[in-house]
Design a protein around this ligand. Structure first.
Ligand SMILES: *[C@@H]1O[C@H](CO)[C@@H](O)[C@H](O)[C@H]1NC(C)=O
Length: 391
């Protein structure tokens, strides 16, 4: 059958209308999807960037060249891969943990967890502290230290989404009032979690996403510790990535019960290096853990901006200072400040930033501190490396 020209034009205009409708619909759909995606992106926790492919690594120094992250951001076609990995991840089984054994350490631990919260890390934030602190005592007779502790624990839960994990002494029926009765080994009792990152405090977190990547994309192994030196002969406790298990918890408890020892010695005895160290390529993105005292070795050309961009976590470790939570007379602080101008300003910014956040997060001023001669007790009270009870 032949169509008349008017019929042809009707069919033609009908198809044109149809095509335009489809095009309109599609463009509207695409626009809407984009809006939905950007809305989703705005409200969901930030995705960690995937780890870079294995690369040879040079030891971290303060060389300007090293102070730049190696490699580049992932290409667009990596995003799908990342999306699939993220779907398979259960962030409820990944966490950051802080372990406090005495009151003076509590604020710094909460500050670190608060930073993770602020940087929108999707992992859980866990705070381990002596169960003895929760014992009900007569409110009228509680000392001011315990009152502050209870206030800080409440703040941690309410404002920073921290999960409280009361811990037992590492050796059964040890004196639960002594900081030395508690151990980092208690991290292994958290068997509800697949992987946990522990950071040694006090410190300042500059970039949570690098740690989220490490947490998300690592294999579960009993222990992956930050190496003590670039030669990778010993583990340190500045950063631990662990897979908790009953088996390792029991083994560590037994080992610790055999004789008093520091956590560092305990972990070095229980886990062999270099097998129990974080892989070289996981650390190849820049300074994952940076010791603040190293800023004094800064060489000509050190750039504070580049340093901050390439650094994930700074551990305060200037040996003359008991910690960033202690007040230091101005001239003493000036004497310790790195001589290199740029490094000096990065150093002062770290300490000053810590002081400000301590006030914001804990409502606490710096602790009183006088001469180095008297600082021994303050130093000892930190208890990080102490195993022997004070007699
Ligand atoms: C440090 O590096 C940044 C970024 O590369 C640059 O913009 C800045 O000028 C540098 N600062 C100095 C003092 O060289």
């Amino acid at each position: 059958m032949l169509l008349t020209s008017s019929q042809v034009s009707v069919v033609l205009s009908a198809s044109i209308v149809f095509v335009f409708t489809v095009v309109l619909f599609l463009s509207g759909y695409v626009l809407q999807q984009r809006t939905v995606h950007s809305l989703q992106a705005a409200i969901k926790p930030r995705l960690p960037k995937p780890l870079l492919a294995p690369q040879p690594m040079s030891p971290p120094t303060l060389d300007v060249k090293w102070a730049r992250p190696i490699g580049s951001r992932p290409e667009a076609n990596d995003i799908l891969q990342q999306f699939m990995t993220e779907q398979a991840l259960n962030w409820n089984r990944l966490g950051y943990a802080q372990v406090v054994r005495e009151h003076v350490e509590l604020c710094s631990a909460i500050m670190l967890l608060a930073e993770l919260h602020k940087m929108r890390s999707p992992a859980k934030r866990l705070l381990l502290f002596p169960r003895a602190w929760l014992q009900n005592s007569d409110e009228n007779h509680e000392d001011s230290e315990l009152i502050t502790t209870k206030r800080l624990l409440r703040t941690a839960v309410r404002r920073h989404g921290v999960t409280l994990m009361p811990m037992e002494t590492i050796v059964d029926s040890a004196d639960d009032t002594l900081p030395s009765s508690y151990s980092l080994a208690s991290l292994y009792s958290l068997t509800n979690y697949e992987r946990i990152i522990y950071l040694q405090g006090p410190g300042t977190l500059l970039d949570a996403s690098a740690l989220d990547s490490l947490l998300a994309f690592s294999k579960s192994e009993p222990m992956a510790a930050y190496p003590a030196t670039p030669e990778r002969k010993d583990l340190s406790i500045s950063l631990l990535l662990i897979h908790p298990s009953e088996e390792d918890y029991g083994r560590l408890k037994q080992l610790r019960a055999s004789q008093p020892m520091t956590d560092l010695d305990l972990f070095r005895k229980a886990f062999a290096a270099p097998e129990s160290l974080i892989s070289e390529w996981s650390l190849s993105e820049g300074n994952v853990v940076y010791e603040s005292q190293k800023l004094r070795d800064a060489i000509e050309g050190f750039n504070a901006t580049v340093f901050e961009e390439a650094t994930t976590y700074v551990h305060f470790s200037d040996p003359e200072i008991p910690g960033p939570e202690y007040d230091l007379p101005f001239y003493e602080r000036q004497a310790l400040r790195p001589k290199n101008d740029e490094a000096g300003s990065a150093w002062s910014k770290l300490y000053e930033g810590f002081r400000q956040r301590r006030m914001e997060v804990c409502g606490l001023d710096l602790e009183y501190w006088t001469k180095p001669m008297l600082a021994r007790s303050a130093n000892g009270a930190r208890g990080n490396e102490k195993a022997e009870p004070e007699l």
